[in-house]
Each structure stands twice: as C-alpha cells, then as structure tokens.
Design a protein around this ligand. Sequence first.
Ligand code: IMP
Ligand code: MG
Length: 181
Amino acid sequence: MENIITLHDLSFEPYISENQIKDAVKELAKKINSEFGGEELHIVSALTGSFIFTADLVRELEMPCQIHFVKVSSYHGGTSSTGTIRLETDIQLDFSNKNVLITEDIVDTGLTASFLFELIKNKGAKNIKLATLLYKPEAYKQALNIDFVGFSIPNEFVVGYGLDYKEIGRNINAIYKLKQS
Ligand code: IMP
Ligand code: MG
C-alpha cells in the first residue's frame, strides 16, 4: 500500500481520510446543534489530543460557546493506556446550571471520559454530554453513555488529526493506523 508513514520506530497506513473526517465533524456538529439549540454551551476539551477536533467542531456550532481546556494524560508515551489518569491542568470554573460538552479525540478504555465526567459533575453542571471523534467499543470499560461518536473503530492504534505516537503525528491531516507487519 502507498503512503505508509513512519513515526519513531513504527509504520502506519492510511485509515480515515481528511474528507471523511470533515464529513463526520459536520454530522456531529449538526446533532450537537439540534441537541442544545440556542442555549449557551461550555466546551471542555481534553488536551492534548482533541485540540484539532475541538477547533474544527466548534466552528460548526451555532450556539454561543465558551471553550475550556483540561490537560489529562493516560498513555504516558506508549501505545496502550496505563490505566491511571493524571490531571495536569484543571479549570477553575463553576459550571452550576451550565450545559457542558466534553470533547475527546478518542475514547478507548473510557477512563479519561469518566474522569472528566466526574470532574465536571462536581463543578455543578446541569447537563453533561460527551462527544468523541473516535471510539473503540472493544476497549471500552465504562458504563457512561457516549452521546456523539464520529467513528467507531476496532481496537487498533491510530495517529493523526491530533492523535500522537510518543508525541509525534498530531499534525497529520488524516488518520493512520498501525501497520501490521
Ligand atoms: P482512555 O482513557 O483509555 O479512553 O484513553 C483516552 C486517551 O488515550 C485518548 O485521549 C488518547 O490520548 C489516548 N489514546 C487512546 N487510543 C489511542 C490511539 O489509538 N492512538 C493515540 N492515542 C490514543
Ligand atoms: Mg497521547
């Protein structure tokens, strides 16, 4: 197959194209627009991976939005979750009576999503929804409902469009998956 890319010691092959991503983001935005109508929405974006997805998504949203970033990490550099979440940057905000949308690049085990959900709930939000571009149902281990999903994908390691392998690959426009050798 052409267009194989190498990041550090691993090879990746094309998986989801730039156009497919664009269409999926538009579809998600449509659903989010109709869910919240004109009500103000607080976006809580999980750094670092979701910065591109969040940037593209919010530009398709029609309601007034406030945008916040939290930095969490669970992979600590490898290709599988460590099972522990670190909150590296918190947000000092009271979400009482607010609508909140958590945006994630990918939901894998779901640990990050659940962690963020609890964090926001404890800040008093009246309504919390979760949007993710990618979702790995086979890896998901939580009861929490994921409200808006761009693509459900098999349990494979992917990079690009914000997602990294050892911090490299986030600036690639499309999504690539680990090449099986
Ligand atoms: P979770 O807490 O297990 O759901 O993991 C979520 C986080 O792990 C994501 O926000 C990503 O930073 C990272 N992650 C999970 N799967 C992948 C992948 O396939 N490629 C790159 N990062 C991933
Ligand atoms: Mg990562």
